[in-house]
Write a new protein. Sequence first.
Length: 270
Amino acid sequence: MRFDLVSDVHQDIGWRGRPLGTGECDTLVLPGDVGNRVGVTAGVVAALAGKYRDVVFVDGNHEFYSSSGALDRTRDLLADAFPVNVHYLDRGGLFRVGDTAFAGANGWYHFQAPRGGSFGAQSGWWSGRSNDARLVFPGGDPRQALDRWEESKRTLFRQLETARDDPAVEHVVVLTHSVPHPGGLVDGYEPASSGAFYNGLFDEAKDAGGELLDKVRVWCFGHTHHPAFFRDRSLGRDIWFVANPRGYGHERHNPRRNRTIAVDVEGPGY
C-alpha cells in the first residue's frame, strides 16, 4: 500500500490562498498542525478529503492555539466538522485499509528528550519560552502537558494492541505529531528546547516489551518543520521514520515543502 504524507500545513501562517500540492494515492496521512483555529483546520481538511478516499489525521499543538485550554471541546468541534472519510485517530479508533492499519495520537511531550538536559531544564524552557505554555496550557504548568502525553500514550498503545491481535492486519503505520525517535530531533537549537518537540513513544513501546511494534512498518511525524527519512533496526528489522512538513510560509527547511510525498508501507521511498 502507498499513501500520501504531509504534516504542518500551517495554512494560516504564510500560506493564505496558496494551495497544497497533492499526489495520486487514495489515502492521505496528515500528522497535525493544519491551522491555528478550528475553522481553518476544518476547512483545509475538508478540502483535502474531497481529493482523497480517506484522510488519516492526528491533531498537533497548533490545532489548540485558539482553545484557551479547552482541548477536549476543540477536538469535539473538529470531529463534528470533518467529513465522514476523515479518520481522527486521537479520538481512539484504529483505521484499517485492507491489511494495513493506521494508529496514532498527537504525542505531545514528556520533557525527557535525549541530550536535552534534566526534566527541570526541559520543562522550564517550555514553561518560559514555548507558545504552547501560553496558548494551549494557560499558566504554563508542565503537568498539564504531561497529562496529555499520558493520554496519547494510552490511546496509541490501545490501538497497537488491537492491531497486533488482529490476524487480518499485516502492516501498521503510526502517526504522531511530535517527534517519536531521537533521530528526528534537529541539531542547532538550545538543548533544553528539545523537550518541547519529543514524545519518546518509540522507546516507551520498546520498554513495554516491544511486541506492540511487531507489525509497525512506518512511523510518520512532524512538528520540527524539518524533513526526515531514516530507519531503526534495534528490533532486528526495519521501522522507517518519515516526516514531510510544509512548515510556515517563509521557511525553507524542506525542498518538497508545498506538496505531499508518497510513502510505500512495504518499502518506504519517494
